[in-house]
Design a protein around this ligand. Structure first.
Ligand code: HEC
Ligand code: HEC
Length: 301
C-alpha cells in the first residue's frame, strides 16, 4: 500500500513537471514571436494626396474601418483590458501619438503589413484584411489622419501575461499577429468600380473583416473574444433574404434588425458599417445575397 502511494506520488510529480515544462516552452516561443522584428518593404511607395476631396474620402474610410478600435476622434482606446490576460491599447493615430514620426512608408507598413515603425508585429490590428485595400484608398486614409489636430493622449505599451502567451501559442486567439500570414511582396489590387454590385460589396466585406466573426464562408462564426455571441449566418441560408436590401440598410444605421432585435455594438460593429454610404451598404447586401445558400456552421466553443 505504502509502495503504491509512493509510485502514485512520483507519477503525479512527473506529470506536473511535464505540464510545467510544456507551459514554459509554449510561453517562451510566444514571447519570441511577439518580440520578433520584421524588415518589411512594401512593393511600391504610395503617393499621398493633399486635395480636400481625397481627405474627405479618407475620413469616410477611417470612420468605417478604423474608428471602432482607434476611437471616433482617432486618439486611441483601451481596446483589450483583461487583468488575467493583458492590456492591448489601440494607439493614438493623430499627430500627437506614435505616428507623429511615421514616414508614408511606415504608415503603409502598419496598415497593410501589420508592423510598427520598429518592425514589431502588431497584435489584433487587422492588416490581414487591409492588405487588400487599394493604394488609392490607403493613401486617402493616411492623408486624412495626418490632417487631424494632435491629441495629447498616450497609452501604455502592450502587455501580455504568461497565461495569455500560452493561449496565444496554442492558437486560441486565431490569427492575432497578422504580419506572419501576409504576403508582403504582393501589390494590393485596385479597388473594383464603386457600384451596387457583388464585386464592390466583396471588397467592403473583406476590408471590414466580416469573416473574422461570421466565418470564412460567412455562414456563421465566432470572434476569438470568449464573451462574444456567435456571428450569425449571412448567406442566403440565414435570415437575411427576408430582410430585403432596405431592411439591411436600416439595420446598419440603427442597430435594430427587421425583427426588432437590438445588435450589441460591443460584439457586432454595426456603427462602423453604418458610416458607409447607402450604395456601399447595398453593395454589401448584394454580395451576401450572391453567396451560395449555406447551412449555419456549427461552432464548438
Ligand atoms: C480591430 C481593431 C483595430 C482596427 C479596426 C484598426 N486597428 Fe490599428 N491597431 C489596433 C491595435 C490593437 C494596435 C496596437 C497593436 C500593437 O501595438 O501590438 C493598432 C496599431 C496601429 C498602428 C501602429 C501605431 C504604432 O503604435 O506605431 C497604426 C498606424 C494603425 N493601427 C492604424 C490603423 C488604421 C489606419 C486603421 C483603419 C484603416 C486601423 N488601424 C484599424 C487595432 C485596430
Ligand atoms: C467583431 C465581430 C464582428 C464583425 C467584424 C462583424 N460582425 Fe456582424 N455580428 C457579430 C455578432 C456577434 C452578431 C450577433 C450580435 C448579437 O446577437 O447581438 C452579428 C450580427 C450581424 C447581423 C445580424 C444577423 C441576424 O441574422 O440577426 C448582420 C446582418 C451582420 N452581423 C452583418 C455583418 C457584416 C455585413 C459585417 C461586415 C461588414 C459584420 N457583420 C462584421 C459580429 C461581427
Amino acid at each position: 500500500m505504502k509502495k503504491a502511494l509512493k509510485w502514485g506520488g512520483i507519477a503525479l510529480l512527473a506529470l506536473f513537471l511535464v505540464a510545467a515544462v510544456t507551459a514554459l516552452s509554449l510561453a517562451g516561443t510566444a514571447k519570441k514571436r511577439l518580440a520578433k522584428k520584421y524588415d518589411v518593404t512594401p512593393p511600391a511607395a504610395l503617393a499621398i494626396p493633399s486635395d480636400s476631396t481625397s481627405i474627405a474620402e479618407g475620413k469616410k474610410w477611417a470612420d468605417a474601418l478604423c474608428s471602432g478600435c482607434h476611437g471616433a476622434d482617432m486618439a486611441g482606446t483601451r481596446f483589450f483590458d483583461v487583468p488575467d490576460l493583458g492590456l492591448i491599447c489601440a494607439p493614438n493615430l493623430t499627430p500627437g501619438g506614435p505616428t507623429k514620426t511615421y514616414t508614408d512608408l511606415d504608415w503603409d507598413r502598419a496598415i497593410r503589413h501589420g508592423v510598427n515603425k520598429d518592425g514589431r508585429g502588431l497584435l489584433i490590428m487587422p492588416a490581414k484584411d487591409f492588405q487588400y485595400m487599394s493604394d488609392e484608398h490607403t493613401a486617402q486614409i493616411i492623408a486624412y489622419l495626418k490632417t487631424l489636430p494632435a491629441a495629447e493622449q498616450n497609452w501604455p505599451a502592450v502587455k501580455t501575461t504568461f497565461l495569455c502567451d500560452i493561449l496565444f501559442q496554442t492558437g486560441a486567439f486565431g490569427d492575432a499577429l497578422n504580419v506572419e500570414t501576409i504576403d508582403h511582396a504582393r501589390p494590393a489590387p485596385p479597388a473594383p468600380q464603386r457600384a451596387v454590385s457583388p464585386e464592390y460589396g466583396a471588397y467592403l466585406v473583406t476590408l471590414s473583416g466580416c469573416r473574422s466573426c461570421h466565418g470564412a464562408q460567412l455562414n456563421g462564426g465566432k470572434d476569438p473574444n470568449p464573451e462574444a455571441p456567435m456571428g450569425p449566418n449571412l448567406t442566403p441560408g440565414g435570415s437575411l433574404p427576408a430582410w430585403t436590401a432596405d431592411g439591411f440598410l436600416k439595420t446598419m444605421r440603427t442597430g435594430v434588425t427587421p425583427y426588432g432585435k437590438e445588435l450589441n455594438p460591443k460584439f457586432m460593429p454595426w456603427k462602423n458599417v453604418g458610416y458607409l454610404a447607402d450604395d456601399q451598404i447595398q453593395a454589401i447586401y448584394a454580395y451576401l445575397m450572391a453567396q451560395p445558400k449555406l447551412e449555419t456552421a456549427v461552432i464548438k466553443k
